[in-house]
Design a protein around this ligand. Sequence first.
Ligand code: HEM
Ligand SMILES: *[C@@H]1O[C@H](CO)[C@@H](O)[C@H](O)[C@H]1NC(C)=O
Ligand SMILES: *[C@@H]1O[C@H](CO)[C@@H](O)[C@H](O)[C@H]1NC(C)=O
Length: 602
Amino acid sequence: MSLPPGLLYLAHQLPRLLALPLGVYCLTLVAERLFDVAVPRWLAAALCLSSGPIVLTILVQYRDWKHRREAAAQGAVMAPNLPGWIGGLQILFTETADMYPGEGLVAMTEKLGTTVNARFMFQNRIVTTEPENIKAMLATEFATFEKGPIFRNSVAPLLGSGVFASDGDMWKFHRQMTRPFFNRDRISDFDLFDLHSANAIAQVKTRLREGYAVDFQDMVSRFTMDTATSFLFGKNVHSLEQGLPYPHNAGLRSSITPEPSTPIDFATCFQQAQMTLSLRSRLGANWPLQELFAVTDKLQPPLKVVREFLQPILRDAVANKKMREGVEEEEDKLNNADRHVKEGETMLEHLVNYTDDQTILRDEILNITLAGRDTTASLLTFTVYKLAEHPQIFAKAREEILRVVGSTGRPTFEHLRDMKYLRAVLNETLRLFPPVPFNERTATQPTIFRPSKATGGPPIYIPAGTRCIYSVMVSHRRKDLWGPDALEFDPERWFDERLHKYLIPDPFIFLPFNAGPRICLGQQFAYHEASFFLVRLLQAFSTISLDLNAQPAFARPPTSWQVDDESGWKASEKVRPRSHFTLFIHGGLWVKMEEAQSGDDV
Ligand code: HEM
Ligand SMILES: *[C@@H]1O[C@H](CO)[C@@H](O)[C@H](O)[C@H]1NC(C)=O
Ligand SMILES: *[C@@H]1O[C@H](CO)[C@@H](O)[C@H](O)[C@H]1NC(C)=O
């Protein structure tokens, strides 16, 4: 069993914290001997206690002075500090319960500029919503910015060293071995989408016919989980078949929550591990502070389930490949690995051509499960939320689907390519509710953020080792970048003059999938999966409405959102968006839908 992380953290930090006071105490003893004076106890104690803060203050002041000098030498300035006390420690105590993700950055941007220093634990932490700077981090200065040790260390227990978390040569290795898998559109992927969406929609119909609302977010996370695991390692974990939860207002039925059993344990435990890691990464290197009183490492039990579930699957995949190797020539296989990803082959079957190492295989698979599953579920959830809110947009999207695919036909690649309106609806959702709203990089060497076209201002100096957090969610909602109606959900902006005015001149204002060498590998797959599901959903149902009574009371938008809405983000919101690595709706998205009558074709 592993030691509680809080204890390990203390054991690691205590010597550092105590060294200075102890040193000062020894000095007073030495001074007493040497000069034969009695240092009063209170003075000795005061010296010991204050030595830490004094030395820390001097070091921080010196570092800041040095940075300002380096900045000035290059004609730049340091990013303005967010107001706050003692090195940003108040973040630990700030009540975040009623906050809307990213909203705090809007006011900050208006006061101080689009790039600020939000110090935490005396460490500089740059936060930016500026497309120019994001572009530098992701593309033009890719070599200067890595995911960084803090991100790596906080996700390493779940992801190990996979393509998502690694940097440098390790990342290149992983990217090169996973990329071929996404290079080609495969019919077999559509077979999976069809199987699991049929399954999901059947469950939804049953529940609605019983007269209850459905948590669309929960349902669609099961859909993307079953699809992802089938696609990645050929194992449907049957999370849909566990059954959907009942709403809290269903009376007696509400107690019937699906019992976790073996297959879904993978999904539940994966989710749990992810949740813990997300909290940790918010606190950076000092995350054990928040788990100081935990008796064990919270991460270990769910992680164990996830690993035990995968273990036989990995073992079989490696064994199968060894068997095939007897038949084929090793050399041939390696040469062909990049080019031939076969129809119906799983990611795992592809990856065993590169390595037998089960840890690498496991990390890679978990990596991509993480990258692809919640993100796509998030996109589908917020799309349905907005479609329920805008019946005329719903009608137009549905009309396109019935016109192009018909009321029962199965969508093909060509269909999806032709449905421009559906794509615009997805883009508009990705703009206002990007599944990955925040992200970060760390500068490996000193660099400069150039002044932005939009807001001007002096160049900003970024010292080596600085953690830089960026939010595409906030830039996607900036009125100076997207126009005065930036907060409106309006798919038409993807066709009309607004497209030419805003996005075409500056593509970096829209980055739901990131950009540059680390752009999302699964972008096409995600568009296909989400579009396929929506086609099937809108073929099956002719209306969608929110059932706000089914929304649990704890999850409703706080009343303060109505009165205090400077950003304009909150007052009209019917649900509460929240974010751990990905954006989701607190308490779920409870909807009712009417089944389509046959002959709805246009
Ligand atoms: C709407 C759905 C999706 C969104 C919004 C999304 C977004 C992103 C973003 C923002 C990144 C960059 C992370 C970073 O570098 O910090 C990323 C990376 C990645 N995504 Fe996606 N993703 C989606 C779906 C998928 C799917 C379905 C898959 C695979 C089946 C996938 C596989 C990956 C992989 C492998 C990476 C790592 C690439 C690298 O670091 O080289 N994504 N995604
Ligand atoms: C996949 O695994 C690699 C290598 O272990 C890791 O660096 C990467 O972060 C993982 N990718 C995702 C998307 O989680
Ligand atoms: C949606 O966004 C993608 C990525 O930026 C773009 O290539 C595509 O043209 C957009 N499609 C529509 C219909 O807006």
